[in-house]
Design a binder for this molecule. Structure first.
Ligand code: ZN
Ligand code: ZN
Length: 247
């Protein structure tokens, strides 16, 4: 379990990268072993990182992999604090792929709520942008209230729904009031909202709305690069982009 105090200074936020895939995620580069990741993080001057492999199969042995990596990090005498977590799946309203024992064994529980491109993911009956927006809001709300999550990864962005030509239709259909309400629910349930590199840079207008309303509400933002390659462990370039987009 990990949640920081609210912080809206990007130069502070960038000292953490809480979304990193190792080679145990099939989409990550084979060079993403824990030693390489730790060395990259140290070189970048990061204070804390989280490894968050995809959990798309209830039998994926994430706890065993994490314990293996934890031993290795101890041997390395790493200067960076490493959280051993997972990118878990809230694949529908109140639906979670991880068993409670797995959830409890993780240092950091990052949840995806919108991996609609995966075959087991629940879709709304109403397959319009607004239908997806309402579904996603309900999935995030149920997740926040479940007590299972530390942070929500790349919420609401449309890139995983492949049926609309304009990827902004879903996020555009969410009102400022709805953003205020969902961020308040996250805050009240001690769940952070991820400033995901791809989501902020790919959906700048929506990211700015989230940032401004989030500051008012007092939500906690966590920074996550969604790193799949060693170069993306460093947060410096993304942080500069975040400043241009958000401030
Ligand atoms: Zn994801
Ligand atoms: Zn990811």
């Amino acid at each position: 379990m990990y949640l920081r105090e609210p912080c809206y200074d990007i130069d502070e936020l960038k000292k953490e990268n809480l979304h990193i895939h190792t080679f145990y995620s099939s989409c990550a580069k084979p060079s993403m072993d824990i030693e390489t990741i730790v060395r990259q993080a140290e070189k970048a001057g990061l204070r804390r990182i989280a490894v968050t492999d995809h959990f798309n199969d209830p039998d994926f042995p994430v706890v065993e992999y994490n314990e293996e990596m934890r031993k290795k990090v101890k041997q390395l005498g790493a200067k960076v604090d490493v959280l051993f977590g997972a990118e878990l799946s809230a694949y529908g309203i109140g639906k979670f792929l991880d068993r409670t024992e797995i959830n409890k064994a993780l240092d950091y529980r990052l949840y995806s709520c919108n991996h609609y491109h995966l075959d087991y993911w629940e879709h709304p009956e109403d397959k319009t942008p607004r239908g997806y927006a309402e579904h996603a809001l309900k999935v995030v709300e149920a997740l926040a209230k479940s007590g299972r999550a530390d942070c929500v990864a790349h919420p609401f962005i449309g890139r995983f729904v492949k049926i609309f030509e304009d990827r902004n239709l879903i996020t555009n259909s969410i009102t400022d009031n709805e953003i205020g309400d969902i961020l308040t629910i996250l805050k009240e349930n001690n769940v952070a909202y991820e400033l995901n590199a791809g989501a902020v840079i790919g959906y700048p207008e929506f990211a700015r709305r989230i940032w401004n309303i989030g500051k008012e509400v007092g939500v906690v933002f966590h920074m996550g690069m969604d790193a799949h390659r060693p170069e993306s462990v460093d947060t410096a370039d993304a942080a500069e982009n975040f400043k241009k987009i958000l401030l």
